[in-house]
Design a protein around this ligand. Structure first.
Ligand SMILES: Cc1ncc(COP(=O)(O)O)c(C=O)c1O
Length: 351
């Protein structure tokens, strides 16, 4: 099986499991787990923030950030294609009680004029007052692109001028760092809070952090318990994240190179459209014409392209004309070339 559905499908390596087995642990709800505390300190330092909190998932990290910065009834400015809006089960409304004000762009940036125009103050009781702006880097649905840091700096300036908080969903911050040459600290600097995942390109089985000021992280600590994210001997997981930080960051460049190879190969097949400019990290989004027979959905609810590839042991996600293939730690050159061979068979075969 060549699994290109997501970078979350990686399995911990033998060396990572060995590191996990040696982890010193304690009860983290009592803040007794030395491995968790060490990871949180390391991440705070790496991101240039006062503190960080280890949590089970990127979704929880983002949701705690919303909770830290907002009150029920507030409005949060974010990108229309962001994960917080599209893929967190409505948690922004259900848990933080905020509404999202969504803006568009092709590259994950937030247009400055649109942000300025969207900000609403609390001096009119008809308004849901804006209290937070959230961005995402790399931006998943915009193609895994690195969002221009110049745009981020300008939005940070606008946030400051209007006394708004500024959050980064940095689920793939290390991909952004490796691709841009900017350090995690430089990428995180404009933001009040940053979430980062270990369970994606870094190859750990579970875990994210949310970082910010001592006060904000203390609030997150309380809500982590409320949301059911208080973990006990979580040091085994923190140790996997530590191992990933030591061993799996620099190698992301390999995932990015393989994504390029895949994207270029796909772009050469007649039925496929790939915007190569967006393939900057490990995500490859591509399109087929709406009328293409491979878009047709079978009785199993799966688009034909996806099911035909599955028959050849290649797994991707997508449908409705848009598909995604992701490179990661468990995909080597040989698997990549086999996947390309199977894509070719399906895309150029008569079906
Ligand atoms: C940009 C982004 N943010 C947040 C998340 C949420 O992470 P998790 O699946 O750990 O909740 C994801 C997951 O893929 C993501 O792509």
């Amino acid at each position: 099986m060549i699994d290109l559905r997501s970078d979350t499908v990686t399995r911990p390596t033998g060396a990572m499991r060995a590191a996990m087995a040696k982890a010193e642990v304690g009860d983290d709800v009592f803040r007794d787990d030395p491995s968790v505390i060490a990871l949180e300190k390391r991440m705070a330092l790496l991101l240039g923030k006062e503190a960080a909190l280890f949590v089970p998932s990127g979704t929880m990290a983002n949701q705690l950030a919303l909770r830290m910065h907002t009150r029920h009834g507030d409005e949060v400015i974010a990108h229309r294609k962001c994960h917080i809006f599209n893929h967190e089960s409505g948690a922004a409304a259900a848990l933080a009680g905020v509404q999202l004000r969504l803006l568009d762009s092709v590259d994950g940036s937030l247009p400055e004029c649109a942000v300025e125009a969207a900000i609403r103050s609390d001096d009119d009781p008809h308004n849901a007052p804006t209290t937070l702006i959230a961005m995402e880097n790399t931006h998943n649905e915009c193609g895994g692109v690195v969002v221009p840091q110049s745009n981020i700096q300008r939005i940070a300036e606008i946030a400051r001028q209007h006394s708004l908080r500024f959050h980064l969903d940095g689920a793939r911050l290390f991909n952004a760092s490796v691709a841009s040459g900017l350090t995690p600290k430089e990428l995180a600097a404009p933001f009040d809070s940053v979430s980062v995942c270990f369970s994606k390109g870094l190859g750990a089985p579970i875990g994210s952090v949310v970082s910010g000021t001592y006060q904000a992280v203390a609030t997150a600590y309380r809500f982590r318990k409320m949301y059911g994210g208080g973990m006990r001997q979580a040091g085994v997981l923190a140790q996997a994240a530590m191992y990933a930080l030591d061993n799996h960051v620099e190698r992301l460049v390999e995932d990015h190179r393989r994504a390029q190879v895949l994207a270029i190969a796909l772009s050469e097949f007649p039925r496929v459209q790939v915007d190569l400019a967006t393939v900057q990290t490990n995500l490859v989004y591509f399109r087929l014409e709406k009328s293409d027979s491979l878009n047709h959905v079978g009785e199993d609810g799966v688009a034909r392209l996806v099911s035909e590839l599955q028959k050849k042991s290649v797994y991707i996600t997508g449908g409705g004309g848009v598909y995604r293939a992701v490179t990661h730690l468990d995909i080597d050159d040989q698997q990549l070339h086999e996947a390309i061979r199977q894509f070719e068979a399906v895309l150029t075969g008569v079906l």
